[in-house]
Ligand binder design. Structure first.
Ligand code: MSP
Length: 471
């Protein structure tokens, strides 16, 4: 049995969850459930990123004390994760006092790589990020993610000397010691690494009070990303506790938009601390709405709670894990979602369970032994390579094949012809294949698998309600 640590990006709480936020959770949850299925012990972190200017400004706009505002939204994220049936083990809020104390200790530990200097350049408030001259020029002074002009900034900041670690980071990425997935992002990151200047890791208190104070300097608070990235280890107890049981992480799930922080700044911090790098950074694509980025101003934001209330967690997981590609950007539309629900979940799987259980019931078939867990090489390869949407496609082909097999076997004709022995054999093969396929489905649709296993054990009785009633 291995100890496996899996992490998710912690969302900013300057708003409520949107469907894009589900990606980290769904992918990490499949990974975690798969590892548990293999018999490994899993620790699964989730949390909320609660400091920084954006959040402070938002609370001010709404005229709510910032502490109250972040608590309210943090609660919404926790409820959302629960509704998704995501089984995390640890939840961190970056305003937790324990976290703040540990971040300060971490700062002190990496002090040799920190210096004070003047920053005179560009900043994107939306990204909470300093922007290089080159980027400024490439994007004509406007952030492509936020559609807002970069702001001019002149201030004194603490800097973290990324240059101390560039060679080592490059080596870790090139050799795959810290694997970046998908592969094609590796090149992008290596290029960014070369161009990366030292990063500013503090803000003057005069401009930002909502952050972790820099130790021994009352004039500065930490840049939100420093405090955010360390969450992955402070939640494990670092530096007060030995974290070597869990660290390095088996997989860290992040969106492609924040991969650069995780593939450059984060490894540099870990190196400065003398800690190992995570084994894998998995960067997923973006969920789009009708081909466009979701945004309040376009009015195409999909409320995940509405999706969950209408269709439940299993249908949500189904769509986001199969039809949203693990690595590429993919579109969410209600039409696509409802088509997938009706044609695939209700027809392919729901009807299959219903008609097979009915055939078993009518012909008094009972399965003696449920099949043991037996994972094919193909499935294992997809799962180990984090290609979850491909694994899901692979499972679905099997489900469709069972449907075809039943059509070919025609158990109803065998029943009419009183071919009892042959009929029992055919049903045995069909039910066994279904249960084997259900095993593969366990990390994806846990509730559905549970239902299928219950239906096909003991006296087989078709469920009163179809698994996925047509909508
Ligand atoms: N607070 C930072 C992360 C700090 S991690 C130490 C942040 N927050 S976020 O709320 O903007 O994003 C949280 C996660 O959701 C990120 O992994 C991000 O990529 C993901 N997504 C946000 N919008 C998304 C989509 N539309 N589609 C897919 N994922 C998206 O970044």
């Amino acid at each position: 049995m291995e100890k496996i640590y899996i992490t998710t990006a912690i969302p900013y709480v300057n708003g409520t969850p949107h469907v894009g936020h589900a990606m980290d959770y769904c992918l990490a949850d499949v990974c975690a459930r798969y590892q548990r299925m293999l018999g490994n012990e899993v620790r699964f972190q989730a949390g909320t990123d609660e400091h920084g200017n954006k959040i402070f400004q938002k609370a001010k706009e709404l005229d709510i004390p910032v502490g109250e505002y972040v608590s309210e939204n943090a609660k919404k994220f926790q409820e959302f994760i629960k509704l998704l049936d995501v089984k995390y083990t640890d939840f961190i809020r970056t305003t937790d006092k324990e976290h703040e104390k540990r971040v300060q200790e971490i700062w002190k530990k990496i002090k040799d790589h920190i210096y004070l200097a003047k920053y005179d350049g560009w900043y994107c408030n939306g990204c909470e990020r300093y922007v290089t001259e080159k980027e400024y020029a490439e994007n004509n002074g406007v952030c492509p993610d936020h559609q807002k002009p970069y702001e001019k900034l002149e201030e004194e900041n603490y800097y973290f000397r990324i240059s101390d670690f560039k060679d080592q980071i490059r080596e870790a990425i090139e050799s795959g010691k810290m694997l970046i997935l998908p592969e094609f992002r590796k090149k992008e990151i290596l290029k960014l690494l070369e161009e990366s200047p030292d990063v500013s890791i503090s803000r003057p208190k005069a401009q930002l009070t909502w952050g972790v104070p820099v130790p021994d300097d009352d004039d500065h608070v930490m840049y939100v990303w420093i405090d955010a990235l360390t969450n992955y280890i402070t939640i494990l107890g670092y530096p007060d506790t030995d974290i070597s049981d869990w660290w390095p992480a088996y997989a860290q799930f992040v969106g492609k938009d924040i991969l650069r922080f995780h593939a450059i700044i984060w490894p540099a911090m870990l190196m400065a601390l003398g800690l190992e790098l995570p084994y894998t950074l998995v960067s997923h694509g973006m969920v789009l709405s009708n081909g466009q980025k979701m945004s309040k101003s376009i009015g195409n934001v999909i409320d995940p709670i509405e999706v969950l209330n209408r269709h439940g967690s299993e249908a949500f997981r189904y769509f986001f894990l199969r039809h949203i590609d693990t690595f590429a950007d993919s579109d969410f539309t209600w039409e696509k979602f409802e088509d997938a629900y009706n044609n695939e979940l209700a027809n392919d799987l729901g009807n299959l369970v219903q008609r097979l259980a009915t055939l078993c019931y009518k012909n008094k078939f009972e399965l003696k032994d449920a099949p043991k867990l037996n994972l094919s090489e193909e499935y294992t390869a997809f799962m180990n390579n984090f290609e979850f949407s491909k694994a899901f496609d692979y499972i679905w082909e099997k489900i469709q094949a069972i449907n075809r097999q039943i059509d070919e076997d025609k158990p109803w004709t065998l029943a009419k012809q009183n071919e009892t022995e042959k009929l029992q054999k055919v049903l045995e093969s069909e039910v066994t294949t279904l249960l084997k396929t259900a095993n593969l489905l366990t990390p994806f649709l846990p509730e559905t698998v549970d239902k299928i296993q219950r239906i096909f054990s003991g006296t087989i009785t078709p469920p009163e309600e179809p698994l996925f009633p047509k909508k």
